[in-house]
Design a protein around this ligand. Structure first.
Ligand SMILES: *Cc1c(COP(=O)(O)O)cnc(C)c1O
Length: 391
């Protein structure tokens, strides 16, 4: 028995899908990512089915390819937008402004003005300065305030510390919103991306409930909406519960706190809709050892931290890597092609790759549809940005 986990593609893709992706990939020059939009359509349907009462706002940053945006547009999705540039991408595809939320709490005055002029009326905030600016540039807009959440340790890619404010401040901001002539609309949180602990939603919903009640009792402010962000899982090496289990539990938490009459629920999935749909294909450039007796091989591949795999930072996201090479799995360090020593993907987490893996062989990085293409550097060391194809 090897100490390494071998990757069974069947845990991630059905055979027909993977063969289709592989056949498409066979004559393309590496590295590139192939994204099967059928999988995205299915994951979107699963999300809607799991949370039938919720409005889904796709977090555009996960992958803003027009193929994906138009698919989700046609399926009736809404869009969570973080910049004026993302707004352009989505509106160019004919999405109307009522389907858009400006979800970034860090924004320039001129951008708030532009969003408002283009008809967007829902804004996130988590600070007084931002809220006052919204009141000036987008008078009467609906605002929701983002709260801080716990769960940083159980999310593979935490987002929790940078955004949001303490409960007391969220409460005060919503009171201020009303004074400033805005519509205090709701509360939001993000429990951290690829959140493995479903209990993180329980804690966040509990906090939201307290603020809902206090605003109503003390100020007569009735909030309409809870935005539960993203954090839903994709399939990486570390297993998670299924989306169905997440949904059952989270709906239970909501009903425990809010009863049967739930406020309007917004979800902002990014990773969970897109990641599973992508396979990144790379080629082994070099295999070496650091001494004649070193047990560990270094496997250098033509994709790295600067060409789409930034989520391997601190080895946070462990992508399943499949290769057709045979043989016993042996320990290796996996690194990218650039002249930067940060460009090592996995060194602590010991991936086993087959003994017979050779220079020129292909590596298939599964579950790479989200947070890869746009994270890729434009020209570091002269390497072009990661190529993407959509099926
Ligand atoms: C990135 C982001 C999301 C998407 O999170 P996932 O974990 O990828 O689903 C949702 N909401 C906001 C505000 C975000 O910044």
């Amino acid at each position: 028995m090897s100490q390494f986990q071998s990757i069974d593609v069947a845990d991630y893709y059905d055979n027909e899908t993977f063969e289709r992706i592989k056949a498409f990939a066979s004559d393309k020059v590496t590295p590139f990512v192939v994204i099967d939009t059928k999988i995205i359509a299915k994951q979107y349907d699963d999300m809607v089915q799991s949370f039938p009462f919720a409005s889904v706002y796709y977090a555009v940053k996960a992958n803003p390819a027009p193929e994906i945006l138009s698919l989700l547009r046609d399926k009736g999705a809404n869009f969570d937008i973080a910049s004026i540039y993302e707004l352009d991408m989505v509106m160019e595809l004919g999405v109307s402004p009522e389907r858009i939320s400006y979800g970034n709490t860090i924004k320039k005055r001129k951008d708030v003005r532009a969003f408002y002029q283009r008809g967007v009326t829902m804004f996130a905030s988590d600070s007084e300065a931002d809220l006052r600016m919204i009141a000036e540039e987008a008078p009467g807009a609906k605002v929701y305030v983002r709260i801080l959440t716990e769960g940083t340790e159980t999310a593979d890619w935490p987002l929790s510390r940078k955004f949001g404010c303490q409960n007391e401040m969220a409460y005060e901001l919503l009171v201020l919103a009303k004074e400033l002539g805005l519509k205090p609309y709701g509360l939001s949180f993000h429990v951290g991306s690829q959140q493995r602990d479903i209990g993180a939603w329980d804690a966040a919903i509990g906090k939201v409930k307290v603020i809902f009640d206090r605003l109503k009792e003390e100020h007569g402010i009735v909030l309409d909406m809870i935005n539960m962000g993203g954090g839903f899982p994709a399939n990486y090496i570390d297993k998670t519960n299924s989306l169905t289990t997440y949904a059952e539990q989270i709906i239970h938490f909501l009903k425990e706190d809010f009863g049967e009459q739930l406020p309007k629920i917004v979800l902002e999935p990014g990773r969970s809709l897109i990641a599973n749909a992508g396979v990144l294909v790379s080629e082994v450039v070099l295999i070496s050892r650091k001494s004649n007796t070193a047990l560990e091989r270094w496997v250098f591949t033509d994709v790295g931290k600067f060409s789409g795999l930034i989520e391997t930072m601190d080895e946070a996201i462990k992508f399943p890597i499949y290769t057709e090479a045979q043989g016993e799995l042996q320990p290796c360090v996996i690194a990218g092609p650039t002249c930067d020593s940060a460009d090592i993907m996995y060194e602590q987490y010991s991936y086993g790759l087959p003994e017979e893996l050779a220079i020129g062989d292909r590596l298939y990085w599964l579950t790479t549809g989200a947070y890869t293409t746009t994270y890729s550097a434009v020209c570091f060391n002269g390497f072009p940005p990661l190529q993407d194809y959509y099926l």
